[in-house]
Design a protein around this ligand. Structure first.
Ligand code: 4AD
Ligand code: MG
Length: 465
């Protein structure tokens, strides 16, 4: 008999199966019962909900029943019946039970009782089997799917920027080196430096911090593209919002100015959040009830309200006038800290905010310079509980200005000749942004630590699994 997934079995479409033989496969969540009957709750990962299997003790081997413990993997055949018990619509009266794999109760770490998120982080290889992480990782999938759907429906092309690169897109020097050189016997040049000519690619290479620069080449040829892939940052940030390996979505569009860019970013996020509300109902409700009972309200609020758009300078004024005690002081020219971003969003406007026109000194070299000679056409989208969720800009399309800016920040224009060709041949106004996938997931799941929204998190001093 072919197996059916529990999610399908519990849905309205499976009503016609009542009274029929069905087969399910999955992992035992709990077993309880009495002398005559065992109730086994089984989950196969397809939904937050379990199916209850009812086993008549007399019909089954004692040894087999003994081995049905939390975590064991089973295949069950039986008749689907309407359930009399609370909490489930249907259940299975078992006729055949096969154990695929036992899970010794003495050593299996996920027993019934609720575990802390901290403890589960230590057993990240097993935590997908809990309700919480099942919900989070199903939502991770749903958001990834929605991202591709959104862009495909809007005529964007999925563009693959390389992961191994020789350029530091953000110019922050936070890159992981990629090399095949023998660390114990490094080849040296005559002046004693490491000789990267001997390295695999014949030059210094690293893991990318952003697919943007190559994405711009896509926009300059296909018009509208987006990347969606892993990015890597060797910044020593041990915060609940930073990962060393995270996924980023970077759309890049020819003929978009900063206003078009903001419109796209706002529409995109609203689409994703409503997608989560509509398509991940059971999981969102579970997370709302278990962790954060204002989650659904917050998601709805973001979908229904227009984001505030504000110049950096105005934000600085608001922060300086506020009576709030900040850890870091605020002055024109300083980068905003997460406490400042959250004050603007959560206390002052009580609404997502898009901040634009930042001082050029605190932003990357590729951003379009404003006529005032001190600010650039940057935009950061700031979200409640998260802070910065998106960073983007209109790009500098004037080659002279771009080269000058590169020189100012110490980038050798000759090393990025390929990038400058976009401005040299048929330059066009264009814009783009980057959405941190895990920051989005923090928002839609209501989780508060970024290490809980990616299956195997990477952060300083941690690369297990
Ligand atoms: O603001 P960032 O650094 O911008 C860029 O990388 C641009 N190249 C994007 C573009 O214009 N195409 O990063 C973009 C977003 C941030 O807003 C944040 O959501 C996320 O990426 N992000 C991180 N997420 C997790 N861990 C980290 N260490 C992150 N650094 C940035
Ligand atoms: Mg940023």
């Amino acid at each position: 008999m072919t197996k059916i997934e529990i999610q399908k079995l519990l849905s309205e479409q499976s009503k016609h199966l009542i009274g029929k033989d069905v087969c399910i496969k999955g992992w035992v969540r709990t077993k309880r019962g009495n002398k005559n009957v065992a109730f086994i709750a089984i989950n196969d990962g397809s939904t937050i909900n379990n199916i209850q299997v009812v086993a008549d003790i007399e019909k089954f081997d004692e040894e087999l029943l003994k081995n049905i413990t939390t975590g064991a993997c089973l295949s069950v055949n039986g008749i689907l019946v309407e359930s009399l018990g609370k909490g489930q619509s249907v259940e299975i009266i078992a006729s055949v039970i096969e154990i695929y794999g036992i899970a010794n109760p003495e050593t299996y770490p996920l027993q019934k009782k609720g575990h802390s998120l901290e403890f589960l982080r230590e057993i990240a290889h097993l935590r997908g089997r809990t309700n919480t992480f099942g919900a989070i990782f199903r939502m991770r999938h749903a958001m990834a799917f929605a991202i591709h759907k959104y862009f495909n429906d809007k005529g964007f092309f999925y563009w693959h920027s390389p992961l191994i690169t020789a350029s530091d897109a953000e110019g922050a020097g936070e890159m992981f080196r990629v090399t095949t050189l023998d660390m114990n016997n490094l080849p040296k040049t005559q002046d004693g430096k490491i000789d990267y000519n001997e390295d695999f690619f014949g030059r210094e290479t690293s893991l990318t911090v952003s697919g943007q620069l190559e994405g711009e080449l896509g926009a300059m040829s296909l018009g509208k593209i987006y990347t969606f892939g892993p990015t890597f940052r060797a910044e020593n940030s041990n915060t609940p919002r930073h990962l060393s390996e995270f996924w980023m979505i970077e759309p890049e569009m020819a003929f978009y100015d900063l206003d078009d860019n903001m419109d796209l970013a706002e529409d995109f996020i609203k689409y994703l959040v409503s997608y989560a509300l509509e398509n991940c109902k059971d999981d969102v409700e579970f997370l709302n009830n278990m962790y954060d009972n204002s989650l659904i309200e917050r998601l709805r609020f973001v979908v229904e309200n227009k984001f505030v758009r504000l110049r950096y300078e105005e934000a600085i004024n608001i922060l300086q006038k506020s009576k709030q005690k900040f850890e870091f002081s605020v002055a024109w020219g300083t980068d905003l800290q997460s406490e400042h971003e959250r004050y603007l969003v959560e206390k002052h406007f009580k609404c997502p905010v898009i901040l634009i026109d930042y001082p050029r000194e605190i932003k990357a070299f590729y951003m379009k310079q404003n006529d005032d000679g001190k600010t650039v056409r940057a935009m950061d989208v700031l979200f409640p509980t998260i802070g910065e969720i998106i960073g983007g800009s209109q790009r500098e399309d004037n080659i002279e200005k771009l080269i000058l800016r590169m020189q100012e920040v110490g980038i050798e224009p000759k090393d990025m000749d390929w990038y400058l060709d976009t401005r040299r041949f048929g330059s066009a106004p264009h814009s783009g942004f980057g959405l941190g996938f895990e920051r989005l997931l923090l928002f839609v799941t209501g989780m508060s630590n970024i290490r809980d929204v990616i299956p195997f998190p990477r952060f300083p001093k941690n690369a297990i699994f």
